[in-house]
Write a protein that binds this ligand. Structure first.
Ligand code: ATP
Ligand code: MG
Length: 400
């Protein structure tokens, strides 16, 4: 098979492959970009695999950066673009069910493709668009099927992350998982515990924000992978139920918000969950805000304080999650209520600590914080105008 109309990214990278070939080596496009081109979807990074060893690549090109030289990856700089060029390799002796202890560079494309996870990810393409298909990946692509390269059981046993990758592709591409491959995931699910949470996290979010999360979630439940993820073991039924919903999740915060709600977690429990999944503090804080807002929306108890605490982003995330869960809510009204709040944050208050000290004779300390909180709420609920004079007067009364 030949791809006639190569996406621009490949045309731009073509000189790199040609240069390697002219030096007497083989070089191909490999991985996700080849798969996505054949599926007609936009590609991101273009990866090149070659029979040349890293030192040979470095001697062929003037400008290179050692981005991952121990794994055989050199970044070649060409016309202001960087291309990752990786030497064909095999990954021998996986002793701990995760990354190989060492890689061996080889000269054979077939050896390199053999160590890849799924047949659809084991396609190579030369600079003219000719596809090299050694594991029937084209057929699986055509039938929208995820199938491990070689013996599925062995492949997941070698590297347990591949199981999460498989179910995330089920969601991302809306592909089915071939029977033996699915069974092998079930048999090896417990090995997921050997994998760093950060790496599972990446796949999990891609799954939830994919095209058909239900498909990924259903495999997540069926294979019992969930039992080997942080704090998920008790929630099989929730994942099972969730897998039957048609979900369309925009980003990570929305994903965690929706999930926290379905797992019946309040802001605090949700923060615990996210910490166990090694999320950033920023993600934890944003999710907690959206979770609190979603709870109020579901309980029909939204007040100005709910909106104020959620902030615009938190409110929008909560509304998007509510939509997924078919919780009825007048979205426009809540957005409008938010926009017409007298203040959006403490910074909008017309007095600050300094004013209270100078003009209301209040001493710095915890009492001052309480007064500011009080003023904030009074302004928010429209019980006092957000102007300096009435606020100072109110503060003065409060200290009496
Ligand atoms: P994405 O579009 O999300 O980048 P991808 O398939 O390109 O998907 P990458 O992580 O960029 O995923 O990996 C590039 C290629 O390397 C894959 O297509 C696959 O051939 C191979 N690969 C990646 N991770 C593994 C793994 N854990 N085991 C085997 N092969 C892998
Ligand atoms: Mg990729």
């Amino acid at each position: 098979m030949i791809v006639r109309k190569l996406p621009q990214e490949f045309l731009d990278a073509r000189p790199v492959i040609e240069t390697i070939r002219q030096a007497g080596f083989e070089a191909y496009f490999v991985g996700g970009s080849v798969r996505d081109t054949l599926l007609g979807i936009p590609i991101h990074d273009v990866d090149i695999a070659t029979s040349a060893y890293p030192q040979e690549i470095k001697s062929i090109f003037k400008k290179t950066v050692d981005t991952g030289i121990q794994h055989g990856t050199v970044m070649v700089l060409d016309h202001g673009e960087g291309y990752e060029v990786t030497t064909f390799r095999t990954e021998s002796t996986y002793q701990d069910f995760r990354r190989p202890d060492h890689v061996t560079f080889v000269r054979s494309l077939e050896e390199d493709l053999k160590r890849r996870d799924l047949t659809i990810n084991a396609l190579a393409m030369d600079e003219t668009g000719r596809i090299v298909d050694m594991f029937d990946g084209l057929n699986d692509l055509q039938d929208r099927r995820l199938k491990a390269v070689g013996d599925a059981h062995e492949r997941f046993h070698e590297d347990a992350l591949r199981m999460m990758r498989t179910i995330r592709f089920a969601s991302q591409l809306d592909f089915k998982i071939e029977e033996k491959t699915l069974r092998a995931i079930g048999e090896n699910a417990a090995l997921l515990e050997k994998i760093a949470v950060e790496r599972i996290h990446v796949e999990w979010i891609k799954l939830l924000t994919g095209k058909n999360p239900g498909r990924g979630l259903s495999a997540f439940y069926e294979t019992k992978l969930y039992q080997h993820c942080p704090m998920f073991a008790e929630y099989g039924e929730t994942f099972n139920r969730l897998s039957r919903r048609k979900l369309e999740i925009k980003d990570e915060i929305e994903a965690w918000t929706l999930l926290s709600y379905c797992l019946k977690m309040d802001g605090k429990d949700s923060a615990k969950l996210l910490r166990a999944w090694k999320s950033s503090n920023e993600t934890i804080a944003q999710t907690a805000k959206a979770v609190a807002a979603l709870e109020s929306i579901a309980a029909r108890s939204v007040t100005r304080l709910t909106l104020y605490n959620a902030g615009e982003a938190g409110l929008k995330t909560a509304l998007a999650a509510a939509r997924q869960l078919e919780i009825t809510v007048d979205e426009d009204k809540l957005i409008n209520d938010y926009r017409t709040l007298p203040i959006k944050s403490k910074k909008d208050l017309k007095v600050n600590g300094g004013d209270l000290i100078k003009e209301a004779g209040i001493k710095p300390g915890p009492k001052m914080g309480e007064i500011l909180d009080y003023l904030e709420e009074e302004v928010l609920f429209g019980r006092v105008e957000n102007e300096k004079a009435p606020l100072l007067e109110l503060a003065g009364k409060r200290t009496e």
